[in-house]
Design a protein around this ligand. Structure first.
Ligand code: CP3
Length: 343
């Protein structure tokens, strides 16, 4: 039994005494204790050693007071398990030295046995669940197929992911083959996360908003729909497609319990597009956490008033930035926890 199940009840659409709050990328580089661990262990060592992943997952729960834990890992462990080399280079981000460009490259990939290749994630989930001891729910996650394709084809981060798009537009059959392989792997991966104790699953489509509405349907939503359909009878789900506000109606129709939104849309407009049944999550501008604390308090209260009571999970509109002072993150969380809706 959970002592704090605000997140779960909000995702089910139930009324709660207050709005739940967590922050995307809450376990990470703005926390001094995380930075200390980074000096001793490589990024993938931190992901692969369950006791380290658990320690990092718990840091924002203990130190910032969020209403949910999200397992410390990365979306790129899936391409890694499928057979691609992934490096994380400090101050540069992910690098995949042998990206997918041709049909021949696709032959190097496999749909892995997830227990064998990603067992360390399930181990970390089990250990974290035990250490949490029912304090807050535990969120598992994966990258959406389109966002993973972006990295697998481009080979690194990019503002436009033009090479990934060119791959889809010049070799669509190959692109769909790759997207389906990622989808099949992701379904098995997320089902195993649920078995290991994840209470909620979030899909991160960080680059969904780079596509036109028609291409988003073809190269992203079609696959996310399959994943939500495979999971929705087993676990609560959240879809976060950054920048893809134009597809809120279609995303609500997938049956996901929650939809993440970024700060480039008003809560009222998002609600209008998404309809009244789904829970919305967001949408504080992560850079707004760099404002002075009184200003953070004011803008958070405005956001909560704009969403109104119920069917809202307070969060950022994208991941927390590494240069956010910890007391500013805490001010965000505390303001949500103390807020009382007037109606
Ligand atoms: O939310 C959490 O606290 C859990 C951990 C988590 C990480 N990555 C740890 C991480 C989650 C949920 C992710 C998701 C992720 N990873 C996404 C989707 C969300 C988003 O922000 O759009 C993406 C696109 C990635 C790929 C990735 N991993 C990038 C682009 C980078 C480098 C730049 C960056 O944002 O940090 C990473 C590395 C990474 N993943 C770090 C952490 C804490 C930083 C590594 C370090 O410096 O220690």
């Amino acid at each position: 039994m959970l002592q704090n199940d605000l997140l779960l009840r909000t995702l089910r659409g139930e009324a709660t005494e207050r709005t739940p709050v967590w922050m995307m990328r809450q376990a990470g580089r703005y926390l001094p204790d995380y930075i200390k661990l980074r000096e001793k262990y490589s990024f993938f060592e931190r992901c692969q050693r369950p006791e380290l992943a658990t320690e990092i997952t718990l840091q924002p729960v203990d130190q910032v007071g969020v209403d949910a834990a999200i397992i410390f890992s990365d979306i790129l462990v899936v391409p890694q398990a499928m057979g691609l080399e992934v490096q994380l280079i400090e101050h540069k981000g992910p690098v995949l030295p042998d990206p997918i460009k041709t049909a021949k490259d696709l032959e190097r990939l496999r749909i892995p046995d997830v227990e064998e290749s990603l067992g360390y994630v399930f181990e970390a989930l089990r250990l974290t669940k035990k250490e949490l001891n029912g304090r807050v729910p535990l969120i598992g996650f994966a990258g959406a197929p389109w966002t993973l394709l972006c990295y697998m084809v481009q080979g690194k981060g990019s503002k436009t992911f033009d090479e990934a798009k060119a791959f889809c537009y010049t070799q669509p059959e190959l692109a769909h083959q790759l997207l389906q392989m990622i989808t099949d792997t992701t379904i098995a991966y997320l089902k195993a996360q649920v078995k290991a104790g994840a209470d909620v699953i979030q899909l991160f489509d960080s680059w969904g908003g780079l596509l036109s509405p028609a291409d988003f349907e073809t190269f992203s939503l079609r696959y996310m729909r399959q994943i939500i359909a495979a999971l929705k009878d087993e676990v609560l789900t959240i879809l976060f497609a950054k920048g893809a506000w134009f597809a809120l109606e279609e995303m609500a129709a997938t049956g996901a319990n929650g939809l993440g939104i970024d700060w480039c849309i008003t809560p009222a407009m998002a609600r209008k597009l998404a309809g009244n049944s789904v829970t919305l999550q967001g949408n504080f501008d992560p850079a707004r956490l760099l404002s002075p604390i009184p200003e953070i308090e004011k803008t958070v209260k405005q956001m909560l008033a704009d969403f109104g009571p119920g069917k809202h999970i307070a969060n950022l509109g994208h991941g927390i930035l590494p240069n956010v002072p910890v007391d500013h993150a805490r001010a965000f969380v505390d303001t949500v926890k103390q807020y009382k809706h007037t109606n």
